[in-house]
Design a protein. Structure first.
Length: 373
């Protein structure tokens, strides 16, 4: 039984849940990286190993989201992201595993090798892929995405007799982020068992904010005083303290409504300190600092990070360490990336079989800083 249901059995009765992962994900000390950065107590939470087929933070959310989709008798699920979305791929993989079809509404983004891999794997898993909008940062984007989504929802309703189950970008919703609350309770058990001391700071990449918000609530419920350090990978109009507290409050309200033994907390913007200095110029555009951090983790620990999310989070940690602010502190780096290798599955997939609108990601050069990780 997962820690959330152990502590709050009524939630286990009321929340639909489908096990997709192998828990707990390991925590261990980063000896060489810690020595390099001058942080003697630097640890990592290996959520990159969460799922057998595909890891990262997304499967934690999908355990609750897809559980609810199955309970609602859905046949299809629809979600959103960039062309190389890790969330869209995770949804495609695990939706197929539980017998659901996945529809991905994808927006243009800077090209990278992982974009190619994720598109091929999504196609391999039978996802229906649509390219819509003009990119995350454009003011014209949302009306175009809304129009394309409405069209596909109506088309699938006419075809299947019901509307696809809607999954928000990143799986970030009060229901999905319950999986991250469970992750914080899982961490408490690992601390109690002596696998690591209680961290003072937890660094985590922050896009749709669900992982950071879930940790903020989960740590409070776990009676841990750790401070979450969310490192933004998108612009402040999408990732900001006000929106994160709103999401945290909604999550708290959902859990309290299902089990009145779950505590009600008061959160304010002082509980959130989103770091915006490592985002770069636009979403999914790699930065020098981020790619240096990717190389540093690989060289010191042999652990894979990426240029869109986790490399930028580690860049913030690296900066703080070099400034001396983390000296003698217990620090945890939460690895939200998938590190499972699916290259064999896509080895015989021809990109020409994908919708033509995606071919350019295979025919155009990747961004200059993309060194294959």
């Amino acid at each position: 039984m997962i820690p959330l249901f152990e502590q709050y059995p009524l939630l286990g009765e009321k929340l639909a849940y489908v096990p997709l992962c192998e828990f707990p994900t390991p925590v261990h000390k980063l000896e060489r990286l810690g020595a390099e950065l001058g942080v003697s107590q630097l640890y990592i939470k290996r959520d990159d190993l969460s799922g057998k087929v595909y890891g990262g933070n997304k499967p934690r959310k999908l355990e609750f989201i897809l559980g609810n989709a199955l309970r609602s008798k859905a046949k299809e699920v629809m979600t959103f992201g960039g062309a190389g979305s890790n969330h869209a791929l995770a949804t495609a993989i695990y939706a197929r595993q539980v017998g659901l079809k996945s529809i991905s509404m994808l927006m243009p983004q800077p090209n990278a090798r992982y974009v190619r891999r994720n598109l091929l794997m999504s196609f391999y898993c039978g996802a229906e892929l649509h390219l819509c909008g003009v990119g995350f940062e454009s003011v014209r984007n949302m009306p175009l995405v809304y129009a394309a989504t409405t069209y596909q929802l109506l088309r699938h309703r006419l075809k299947e007799g019901r509307t696809p189950y809607f999954i928000p970008p990143g799986g970030s919703s009060p229901l999905g982020d319950t999986g991250i609350v469970n992750a914080a309770l899982e961490l408490r058990k690992q601390i109690t068992s002596g696998e690591m001391p209680e961290p003072e700071y937890i660094y985590v990449a922050c896009g749709t904010m669900g992982t950071a918000a879930g940790l903020i609530l989960g740590l409070r419920a776990a009676k841990l005083s750790s401070r979450v350090v969310p490192v933004a990978v998108c612009s402040e109009k999408f990732a900001n303290a006000r929106a994160m507290i709103k999401l945290t409050d909604k999550m708290n309200s959902l859990l309290c409504s299902l089990d009145d033994s779950f505590p009600r907390f008061e959160f304010s913007e002082t509980d959130v300190d989103i770091r915006h200095d490592y985002f770069g110029k636009r979403y999914a555009l790699f930065t020098d600092e981020g790619m240096e951090a990717v190389s540093l983790m690989r060289d010191c620990e042999g652990i894979k990070l990426d240029g869109t999310y986790t490399g930028k989070a580690l860049a913030a940690l690296k900066h703080d360490a070099k400034s001396g602010s983390l000296r003698d502190k217990v620090v945890l780096f939460w690895n939200t990336l998938n590190s499972r290798d699916f290259s064999d599955a896509i080895s015989n997939v021809d990109y020409h079989d994908l919708p033509r609108c995606f071919h350019r990601y295979f025919e155009e050069e990747v961004q200059p800083l993309d060194r294959d990780y």
